[in-house]
Design a protein around this ligand. Structure first.
Ligand code: ZN
Length: 409
């Protein structure tokens, strides 16, 4: 295992809007002046570490890009290194050059969140926090609860009262202090930030500076898995905006270090029932506005006022990226399409494939593009979505099996 000195005092975090810099050895996720999210300064020199992939964790393999962590801290649950599938069948059906599916449901708590939770928890420990917390509609709550249990930190999880019970149980099993709060997700998130200073709790919310850092690893893996011939487009379902920001930063750092030639165009995917970033993007605005009545079955991206929404707009501008919104019906169809390839993903993940289909149908894609969908989490997290599908099932008695099977031939 690599042993390095912890150098967090030499690292700066920088405001994504005004450029004001702060020290990384305190908990500060937003700029004092403009209240926009902070970002760890870019890594401009580095490479991929040699080593046995079966024994490495992602922080060891990409250690040059996480210079502030001492990897002897055993917080990792071996997150990352998720499968990248290339679907020739879907690429042919939709009419694309290549279609890659990055399946994040193989992470320890079945979603992409683990990549950012491990880096966030490590930062919390390094700057002396004993308590962590998060506000989540499911995936992030389970992830923070699991890593809180692993690292022995007191862990608080705030969930919205609207989340289904099947999402609560996989959080409760890790035994955090679980609080159900009545109120909108974005408002609970903002209240939690206010309370973190008061109670000395490290808030590990969805666009926390050191959580976003962890998401860079997904980009690094894509580079390796495509033999550094990266896709033209990478589609990411968008809630707070931390995930897509982290992935884009990862590509940018690899390009800066000469490991890849280009940064893929990022595609921010939202549900039509809650699309504040899409609305602002289409209007050419530089600020997202709150959605009054968010309504989509993709609860994980039902975020009425994304904390990193403005920064996603700024990023899409320099990246030449775009924003797409898809209906619940399109999401359900795409979920069925993915299941048809053997993958059961949550509706939020399916939104990316729905967006690919839409971009092709609307002739944005010509047909020779290399496109990648980030499939964020397991479909088992929200089985209520199955009710929206037409599922073929039969019932019979034991002595009727023969005739039933005969009739189905
Ligand atoms: Zn600022």
């Amino acid at each position: 295992m690599t042993r390095r000195c912890f150098k967090i005092k030499n690292i700066k975090v920088i405001c994504t809007k005004c450029g004001k810099s702060y020290l990384a050895d305190i908990l500060q996720d937003r700029c004092d002046d403009c209240n926009e999210p902070l970002e760890v300064e870019m890594v401009k020199k580095g490479g991929i570490r040699e080593g046995n992939l079966l024994k490495q964790n992602m922080l060891e393999r990409y250690a040059d890009f996480f210079p502030y962590f001492n990897t002897i801290n055993d917080v990792s649950l071996r997150e990352g290194f998720s499968p990248l599938l290339e679907s020739e069948k879907l690429a042919n059906e939709i009419g694309l050059g290549k279609l890659y599916l990055k399946n994040e449901s193989s992470n320890p708590t079945w979603s992409f969140k683990d990549r950012g939770t491990v880096t966030g928890v490590l930062h919390a420990i390094k700057i002396g926090y004993k308590k962590i917390a998060t506000v989540s509609s499911g995936n992030m709550a389970a992830s923070v609860a699991a890593y809180g249990a692993k690292s022995g930190l007191k862990t608080y999880v705030f969930v919205s009262s609207q989340i289904p019970i099947e999402k609560i149980n996989p959080i409760a099993i890790y035994n955090p202090t679980l609080v159900t709060v009545e109120g909108r997700y974005d408002l609970i998130q903002r209240q939690s930030l206010r309370l973190s200073n008061k109670y000395g709790i490290y808030m590990l919310n969805s666009d926390a500076t050191f959580r976003v850092e962890g998401y860079k690893s997904l980009a690094f893996e894509i580079c390796e898995q495509t033999n550094f011939d990266v896709p033209d487009y990478v589609l990411v379902p968008n809630s707070s905006g931390g995930h897509i920001r982290g992935i884009e930063k990862g590509f940018r750092e690899f390009k800066e270090c000469g490991l890849i030639k280009k940064v893929p165009k990022m595609v921010c995917v939202q549900a039509a029932g809650c699309s504040p970033v899409y609305n602002a993007f289409i209007a050419g605005a530089d600020k997202v506005e709150r959605i009054d009545k968010p309504n989509t079955l993709a609860h994980g991206i039902e975020n009425a006022l994304p904390l990193s929404g403005n920064q996603v707009l700024r990023m899409l501008k320099w990246n030449n990226g775009l924003c797409v919104s898809v209906t619940d019906e399109e999401i359900i169809n795409a979920q069925a399409t993915l299941a048809g390839t053997g993958l059961l993903l949550q509706p939020e993940s399916a939104a990316t494939l729905a967006a690919v289909k839409k971009l092709k149908k609307e002739k944005y894609f010509r047909g020779d593009e290399k496109v990648l969908c980030v499939l964020t989490g397991s479909g088992l997290k929200y089985t209520a979505a199955f009710e929206r599908h037409e599922l073929e099932q039969y019932t019979c008695k034991l002595d009727e099996m023969d005739s039933l099977l005969g009739s189905l031939q």
